[in-house]
Design a protein around this ligand. Structure first.
Ligand SMILES: [Zn+2]
Length: 185
């Protein structure tokens, strides 16, 4: 099966090459302030209730809030429990789907690389954010370094990466390609 010119992952875009990071694209989208107000309120409440960091997010579809999320990293010992990821998981549970096409994410702060990627993987239609990444940095939540890491070749990143057992690893892809009833995503 190897070598077959089949693209399994729809819309899959290879990890950013160093030269891709400067690409620019502009478009205009209109957000609803009431949804952003809710995301901000969630973020503030999350702090005041001592649940987690100052981040909130809501997923909106057809003019209604489908799910909400707040930062739960410290309270659940889950480093991936950022507000956007929590909201996306809840929205997908609510819909019984792994795609959030037709949904917009309102986040109290500009998404970090992990959350941005999650929003892309979920196929959301739009992202609205309140605070900028620079504001988060001022509050002690710097993720600029992580954005920079994405633009580096694997061998240049802070966490060392080395390829092992490439031949054997391919077995799982071979199994996937051979699966007649696979669910593409
Ligand atoms: Zn995040």
């Amino acid at each position: 099966m190897r070598g077959q010119p089949v693209r399994v992952y729809k819309d899959y875009v290879p990890v950013a090459q160093a030269g891709d990071c400067g690409q620019k694209r502009s478009q205009t989208i209109e957000g609803n302030p009431s949804f952003m107000r809710r995301a901000i309120a969630l973020a503030t409440e999350n702090v005041l209730s001592r649940v987690g960091g100052p981040f909130g997010a809501v997923v909106v579809r057809d003019g209604e809030i489908l799910a909400t999320g707040t930062n739960l990293v410290a309270s659940t010992n889950d480093p991936t429990a950022h507000a956007e990821v929590v909201a996306i998981r809840a929205a997908c549970r609510a819909l019984g789907d792994f795609k959030l096409t037709g949904c917009a994410v309102y986040a109290s702060c500009e998404p970090c690389p992990m959350c941005l990627a999650a929003i892309y993987w979920a196929r959301c239609d739009a992202i609205f954010y309140g605070n900028r990444a620079a504001d988060a940095s001022d509050a002690g939540f710097d993720d600029a370094w992580l954005y920079r890491e994405l633009c580096l070749a694997p061998e240049q990143r802070k966490i060392p990466m080395k390829r092992l057992m490439a031949g054997e690893a391919m077995a799982s892809f071979d199994a996937w390609r051979a699966l007649p009833d696979r669910i593409d995503y």
